[in-house]
Design a protein around this ligand. Sequence first.
Ligand code: HEM
Length: 576
Amino acid sequence: MDYKWILHPCTLLQNLACRFLKEIEMEIAGLFAAAFILVVAFAYLVWFWLLSRRLTGPNVWPLVGSLPGLIANRNRIHDWIADNLKSTGPATTYQTSVLPLPFVRQGLVTVTANPRNMEHVLRARFENYPKGPIWQSAFHDLLGLGIFNSDGDTWLLQRKTAALEFTTRTLRLAMARWANRSIKTRLWRILADTSNAASMCSVVDLQDLLLRLTFDNICGLTFGKDPETLSPDLPDNPFARAFDTATEATLQRLLFPGVFWRIKKALNLGSERNLRLSLKVVDRYMTETISVRTNNPSDDLLSRFMKKRDGNGNVFSASVLQWIALNFLLAGRDTSSVALSWFFWTLMQRRDIERKVLAEIASVLRETRGPDASRWVEDPLEFDELERLVYLKAALAETLRLYPSVPEDSKYVVADDVLPDGTVVRAGSTITYSIYSAGRMESIWGDDCLNFKPERWLKLAGDGKKGARLCFEPNMDKYRFVAFNAGPRTCLGKDLAYLQMKTIASAVLLRHRLELVPGHRVQQKMSLTLFMKNGLHVHVRPRNLNFDIDGGVGNLTEFCHVTTNADSTVPIAAAA
Ligand code: HEM
């Protein structure tokens, strides 16, 4: 018989004692772990409590910060930010956190619409508030170190070089030429076809047409080649599509902490894969375009930069020229078309303002082209004619006040600082200035701030008597209206954009009366650019100039008296 399995009583006791000790050991370890977690959680909660006492914005929650509020308001983020800012009273500034973790400054955001704070960030302490590493690394694959995506000396050199070009008359003439050509040969044709359609029910997405038109214009201006994405059959252009995809994928990088897109990029997944593929298409197109321009220079921006030298006295390499061109493309492609979409939408609801715009155009054309209205629509307006359209410019500025193409903009904080209103900003955090909110603050624009009122941009030059001239007067305090940014990084294309928008607006309004398709919902798209989410669906009708102008106010000076003395404006309908 084998007795090995029968344990000696001593061994049995030993084993029991061992197991007992082990269990105690594990329990103690468990208790220690639980105590540690409790201490960490407690310390975190104390830290979070101290942090949240300093934060002045919407409700913040442990770990997720203000993200719940952001998600709940995802379809009205700009209005939500404006509401938050209004609730802070005259400060119009709050601080929040989207990632409340100790030692992580990245999630700490200061949001402001206070003109003095904006001036401080955009001008007074400009060096302390660059675009910063998060923005730059996200955009680097698409924009390299071009003007839109660089800081410091790299930015300054390009800025100085470009600023010289943007003030030249030849560049303005080039913009006018590209815009006029695409209006005359394509936009007018498409609108006429729609307005003559037998059923009178055909619908056009005006925003889509405008986006195509301004994309063509900026390509023409930048590298002298019109891709004609605006054509009657609305073609699918591989370069335009690739550029759109690359921009969209790049913007997605900004939604989550950088580590996410870096992992996706390394694994070549999803939007990062799309980005890589579309960048190849963009690169091929640009390489070809640059080589054509090298052999055959023209008056476009690319040709102008080819003649310039960098800081070391060398000509720019092909890859730098590609960055430069792509940066201008991104900066100037959608902003004007988006502004025009909101402008036309507003005019469809405010026929009184549309009549004033038409009356002004008619009064200029009567002088320059004579009384026969058929001559007014033969060609788009010339540069000198456009310069005289001050009411139209005011209506466009008013559109940008309420619907800025770039609704929010952000800067990185290099070193701890104190804003003029006393808000302390920490190094490594972000400061967002809400351009959208700044245009809607009662404290900035008065209690009619939500009214669409072009007259707020106009004044009578002289003594205000008969014969006095109506002038467009950009608001004295530049930091109240920052739709074109302000300070050293002010939009370089501002004057070109007004020129282009005035050309297109007058060309459309003189020939057509637009009507919003019943039931079409105009909504803001939550993006870095204020697109209309569902486009702008309109019926296009022929314009009866005699009727529309006679029904308006023919005499400008008289209309100026009428509108500056009487507050005839009514609130515009809010875009849902
Ligand atoms: C309604 C039309 C436009 C609006 C509302 C607009 C607005 C802006 C804003 C807000 C910025 C500052 C962006 C930032 O630094 O974060 C900017 C910069 C810039 N814009 Fe525009 N823009 C318009 C049209 C154009 C056009 C047509 C061009 C070119 C032809 C252009 C060229 C630029 C350039 C080059 C910059 C970069 C300036 C710099 O960083 O030094 N923009 N624009």
